[in-house]
Design a protein. Sequence first.
Length: 451
Amino acid sequence: MFNSLSDRLTATFKNLRGKGRLSEADVDATVREIRRALLDADVAVSVVREFTSRIRERALGAEVSGALNPSQQIVKIVNEELVEILGGETRRIRLAKTGPTIIMLAGLQGAGKTTLAGKLSKWLKAQGHSPMLVACDLQRPNAVTQLQVVGQRAGVPVFAPHPGATSELDHPAGDPVAVASAGVEEARQKLHDVVIVDTAGRLGVDAEMMDQARRIRQAIIPNEVLFVIDSMIGQDAVNTAMAFDEGVNFTGIVLSKLDGDARGGAALSVASVTGKPVMFASTGEGLDDFELFHPDRMASRILDMGDVLTLIEQAEKAWDKDEAARMAKKFADQEDFTLDDFLAQMQQIRNMGSMKKMLMMMPGAQNIRQQLENFDEREIDRVEAIVRSMTPHERVAPKIINGSRRARIAKGSGVHVSEVNGLLERFAQAQKMMKKMAQGGMPGMPGMPGM
Ligand code: GDP
């Protein structure tokens, strides 16, 4: 699932590697690639449009984060937007406070509802619940038998109308709404804590089916209404989802058949157009081919960059945003870069020290790799000691630091004068570079404004 989308996006990000800063043209080219990849994956046009325009806007306004290079920034933005589209946080089943938790399944015929009923009940049972299934699909021949087979395999009881029975009470055989209500009542009496109600679907959206589903919903007042959708139905997914959302106002989505060679677009579209979360994924015909859906994990699977995303997160955490913003403002105001700033920068790098090893493994970390390799944490302590031995005036105007001042500073910080000299030399180089950057251009990177 999502394989080709994943390949395409990864290739797009690869093209950005090594770029110092993204121009508007770079961003546009990237967004265009993302748009094509999504459309080819069958994501609905309206969703693609909204998604890419958000990516573009955020990439251009880029949250300048000193910790990330441009390609990592785009990966981060795309990842966050993907998670958002897939429903944000992992959404679990809302259990009823009293009485059984009622879960109603809705969706087209063949979507995978009956199979899901088995999977879900087996999964719930493994967690210590005692689910019961209710067969309300009286439309499709064999649907009731199919649910009974599934129930048997999952080891859970199935409430089903008895064909041929006559009394109103024990077989509301012809009326799915009555079967649903009777099933829930039975679950309540037999103290099942979860009851899963399977309903009838049709091949296409159909007013009568929707009306029936709506009446069942009104009769049993479920805690969750799960809309099951076949991931392979492509662009039709959006219309189907909207019709069901309007008809039964479902509370969550189940993507079935994610194991197929589905291009995955349905998954992204359905959650986005309905604003409802994807809660489960069905990935095969077996009862165990089923998982709780985690939007964040799915997004990183799509981006095929799980490790990189973790690194991005950690780098961001270590990076002090206030300090970075302070430096950016300094550049903008063309203020002098002082020894205090120098020290602050070193400390920033120290914050990232714990990640040194991990960062070294990172693709695209070439920019900082050299710095990291040469980096000795003890060095920062020495720098700090030296800077702290300077007067405030010396820190902002290091030019006045003559021979006797150097000797005093060396003595105060317990280092050799040559180390003070070395520090002042490195500082002078850094200051020169900062000045160049502030004037709008890093050496070798024409047109790069500010940081
Ligand atoms: P319903 O009409 O909505 O109840 O759909 P069913 O549960 O009867 O499923 C229709 C067909 O899809 C059956 O042949 C199932 O075995 C198959 N199916 C259901 N879920 C999955 C899935 O996640 N992956 C695959 N490959 N097949 C599935």
